[in-house]
Design a protein. Structure first.
Length: 225
């Protein structure tokens, strides 16, 4: 187990890198605070209903922040950014802190990447998708297949890795930051994300979200220059 001095010293080397992964939400000092939802709860309907958004954001997302704040009391993690907590907790094997920090951050990013209507892919993203997946349709197909392949709970992530696009299926609180990959798009495949609206039709939900609600300009903005 790392003491306070060891953890803070180790953090210094990764702090700059962690800023690359932050969504466009200002970081609050500890205790960690859930950012406001960036639109009305009904903005994503009917693809994601107001009822689902209210439950997902107001109950599940909030709970991760509440639990994380309870877990970091009196610990060096309370002085770190959320991104730094994810990396340090994963490396240290602090599963409870990693799970709640990862899910808190995952959901921050999740809400930021959506709009009330489809936003076409900018040229930079279209070109990268053509190179790595044969086009945007191929990219979406890979995300849907990967989401379907996540057993139980988890996420399907589009990431940038070594200058190329890659799709990852990660279990539970799986987070690209902990994998040292740059997150571009995250699709939540926990049942609370879709079951009220789509019941057990997970792949239909994912396909609809990709076609109707993803702000592809936001996704493209995360690709390294």
């Amino acid at each position: 187990m790392m003491d306070r001095r060891t953890l803070l010293v180790a953090t210094a080397g990764t702090a700059a890198a962690a800023t690359l992964f932050r969504p466009n939400i200002a970081r609050a000092a500890a205790p960690f605070q859930q950012p406001p939802l960036p639109y009305d709860e009904s903005a994503l309907a009917p693809t994601i209903s107001a009822r689902t958004v209210g439950l997902h954001y107001g109950k599940h997302h909030k709970a991760y922040f509440d639990k994380l704040n309870a877990l970091v009391v009196g610990k060096p993690y309370a002085e770190l950014s959320l991104e730094e907590v994810i990396v340090k907790a994963k490396d240290a094997g602090d599963a409870a802190i990693f799970n709640n920090a990862g899910q808190a951050w995952n959901h921050n990013y999740y809400w930021e990447q959506f709009k009330g209507g489809p936003i076409p892919a900018p040229a930079a993203l279209s070109e990268a998708a053509e190179r790595d997946f044969g086009g945007m349709d191929g990219l979406k197909k890979k995300i849907v297949e990967t989401a379907d392949g996540v057993f139980g709970t988890g996420w399907a992530w589009l990431v940038e890795n070594g200058g190329k696009l890659q799709v990852l299926g990660l279990k539970d609180a799986g987070n690209p930051i902990a994998e040292r990959k740059t997150p571009l798009l995250g699709i939540d495949v926990w049942e609370h994300a879709y079951y009220l609206d789509w019941e057990n039709r997970r792949t239909a939900h994912v396909a609809a979200v990709l076609d109707q609600r993803v702000n592809w300009a936001f996704v493209a903005s995360k690709i390294s220059a």
